[in-house]
Design a binder for this molecule. Structure first.
Ligand SMILES: Cc1ncc(COP(=O)(O)O)c(C=O)c1O
Length: 391
């Protein structure tokens, strides 16, 4: 961008922003489709999408039109007053959830999980929770308690509990942990931050049975895996397992901050003002989310994600299988991990140089969360770039 001093921007963030995010040394200026441009005019294929947020790519016309229209009409609407965009979004989310239910709208993934935590205690009148090793559920005090990495939790303890941590994909471990004080079991059907690890069908089915038998709720955290990322709207649909509560955020607003907690009717037992959020369900975010859901349906993007996911994984395997640093490709749909035998930090930095933005997910993983609208040509370019940086 002419007139923008990249070093100044980087310097200002370094000076004035809390030191939370390791910076990558570029400043982004704009995006269109699967591409973003930095302030120097360099173009990248964006396989980060703001960690799975821009699922329709950047500057999608349907999202722009919805935001433009709604920002001129009404941006905020205190929840006691009803609003068409909110009403239609809630109806849509319940219909996608698969059983009769109710929705609490918020602004982020961690808030969607917090609402689920409170609702589980409220409904079951129990205190304990179970979460999985390598799980990531957020960083506010409640969701942080569920998150696995001790490094994230220990400076902030005591957090809520008791929390039992079980081995992921191990039904026996779960059986031993769920008891008469367990309010809920939280699971990601595909662990995201933990390295893109899909659950097995037997495991999720066993989790459903164990929870039902013991009166605990089964809560699926679909903040990263949901909204079509795996080729179904909810990843749990792949497994034929219905949770009691599901959490969504990230891609739902196509870039607008929004979170959603959807619970089946019998569980949605919050009373008036027992939970709430000033911005939750604001018309602007709801309009964007309705545009996203409408576009996914109209453009049959779930089918595209499923077939592009297969294509990408297949191409990656073919391009990388002879490389000595390569371990495996895994994932579902367009939620893909390339696990290396070496740290992924350097290859990720080299990818930036080569015009591809990708994410880590643990020490040795290159994670790809491209937008659903990405072209096959761009996927080929990404594969080529990765093959060029993995030895
Ligand atoms: C599965 C899962 N749950 C919760 C969160 C927290 O979402 P947010 O960063 O919007 O609070 C994330 C974020 O990466 C996530 O992947």
């Amino acid at each position: 961008m002419i007139g923008v001093d990249t070093n100044e921007i980087i310097g200002l963030e370094k000076k004035y922003e809390m030191n939370l995010y390791p910076k990558r040394g570029i400043a982004l200026a704009r995006g269109e489709g699967e591409f973003v441009w930095d302030t120097e005019g360099k173009k990248y294929i964006d396989c980060t999408t703001g960690v799975g947020v821009a699922i329709l790519g950047h500057a999608h016309p349907s999202v722009i039109a919805a935001i433009e229209r709604q920002s001129k009409a009404l941006m905020t609407c205190y929840q006691p007053f009803c609003h068409e965009e909110r009403a239609r979004l809630e109806q849509r989310l319940v219909s996608l959830f698969g059983v009769n239910g109710k929705v609490m709208l918020s602004n982020s993934g961690t808030e969607a999980v917090e609402a689920a935590l409170k609702l589980a205690r409220r409904h079951t009148k129990r205190k304990g929770f179970v979460s999985a090793m390598n799980a990531f559920h957020g960083r506010s005090s409640g969701s942080l308690a569920l998150t696995f990495k001790e490094k994230y939790r220990s400076p902030f303890e005591p957090l809520i509990g008791p929390i039992a941590r079980v081995r992921f994909n191990d039904a026996e471990s779960l059986k031993g942990a769920v008891n008469s004080d367990t309010a809920a079991v939280f699971l990601e059907p595909v662990q995201g931050e933990g390295g893109i690890r899909p659950a097995s069908q037997e495991y999720l089915k066993a989790a459903r049975d164990i929870c039902t038998d013991r009166g605990a709720l089964l809560i699926m955290d679909e903040v990263q895996s949901g909204c079509g990322r795996t080729g179904k709207f909810f990843a749990f649909e792949h497994f034929g397992v219905q949770p009691d509560i599901a959490c969504l955020a990230k891609g739902l607003g196509g870039g607008m901050p929004i979170g959603a907690t959807i619970a089946r009717d019998e569980v949605a037992t919050f009373g008036p003002m027992e939970h709430g959020s000033t911005f939750g369900g604001n018309p602007l975010a709801c309009a964007a989310a309705n545009a996203v859901l409408g576009t996914i349906e109209k453009d049959r993007l779930l089918e595209k994600v499923a077939s592009d996911g297969e294509y990408l994984s297949h191409r990656l395997k073919a391009a990388l299988s002879s490389k000595s640093e390569f371990r495996e490709v895994r994932g579902m749909g367009l939620m893909v991990a390339i696990e290396l035998k070496v740290p992924s930090k350097e290859p990720l930095a080299s990818l930036v140089q080569n015009g591809v933005l990708a994410l880590p997910a643990g020490e040795q993983v290159i994670r790809l969360l491209p937008p659903f609208i990405i072209s096959r040509a761009s996927l080929d370019t990404v594969v080529q770039a990765i093959a060029g940086v993995v030895k």
